[in-house]
Design a protein around this ligand. Sequence first.
Ligand code: TXA
Ligand code: MG
Length: 317
Amino acid sequence: MIGTDISTAKTVLSNNKLVAIPTETVYGLAANALDQKAVTSIFEVKNRPSFDPLIVHIGQIEDVNRYANKVPEVAFQLAKEFWPGPLTLILEKSKDIPYIVTSGNETVGLRMPNHPLTLELLRSLDFPLAAPSANPFGYVSPTTAQHVADQLGPHIEYILDGGACQVGVESTIVKCTGNRVEILRLGGLPVESIEACLGRKVDDIQLSSSNPQAPGMLSSHYSPRKKLIYGNVNQHLESYHPDRVGFLWFDMGKEELADSNQRILSKKGNLAEAASNLFKYLRELDALDIDVILAESLPDEGLGKAINDRLMRASSL
Ligand code: TXA
Ligand code: MG
């Protein structure tokens, strides 16, 4: 069932069943993070491997000290500046967080999402919510309630409809150890903003596709079912009949190509607008009667970095 009723969501979650929740980044598939059985059903419904840990969503900053130990000062500095918002902090877990949530790791990912319905829900509960993106493992993340219903509807008791996600790409994941600040996943909070807050460069950005710390960084993640080629569109265009191609452009399409096969992420060339359209357009192109999606690369700055990262991982080349 889809609806906007927070008390229904609260009842379902309190019975240790699943609710899809809106956030500013993408929709999450949520369960009581403190209940092993409830968390297990998230992995089952998503067909997610058990080695891929879940993010724990909290409603207030005081919860950090409940669910994490020895929290470094720099983590509070970032949380105060960017929460609620598209930032996940990886910290040493407290004993309250079951190992099923963290895939056996001693660390936990904490995030306070910026969506009025979900914040109200979280603040009304006496437990935090474990929630991965509400898509089958490996597929494009959902940015509307309908996306969730289309793919996982029958398996979810309630979908809390909070409209289209404003940011549109997943949170930036930051690991804080002592003074060290490491980016594990590029996302909705630009690295430049984090560095401006810190007044220095981050210590490391782990962009390796073989990084085992965050499977969201695996290549072949975020993929549509159709073949996707990312990079220089013109170079690949010659190899296909244009009717059999879907195009994902940054700010301008081509007049000689059919409009129905083209999506323009932001006609204004605005990276935030581009991010908010990314997954919706990938789904639309995936549904067309075509053989391949050609996606051009975006400017490699701010949110453009996170978008390029998603397209590269969705790409079959
Ligand atoms: O924006 C988001 O982060 C969305 C919304 C729903 O909050 N959630 C999301 O979850 O993208 P998911 O499960 O699709 O991606 C979470 C990523 C995974 O790649 C996982 O490996 C990483 O976070 N992660 C979670 N806990 C971790 C930990 N303790 N150490 C390292 N990586 C962790
Ligand atoms: Mg995901």
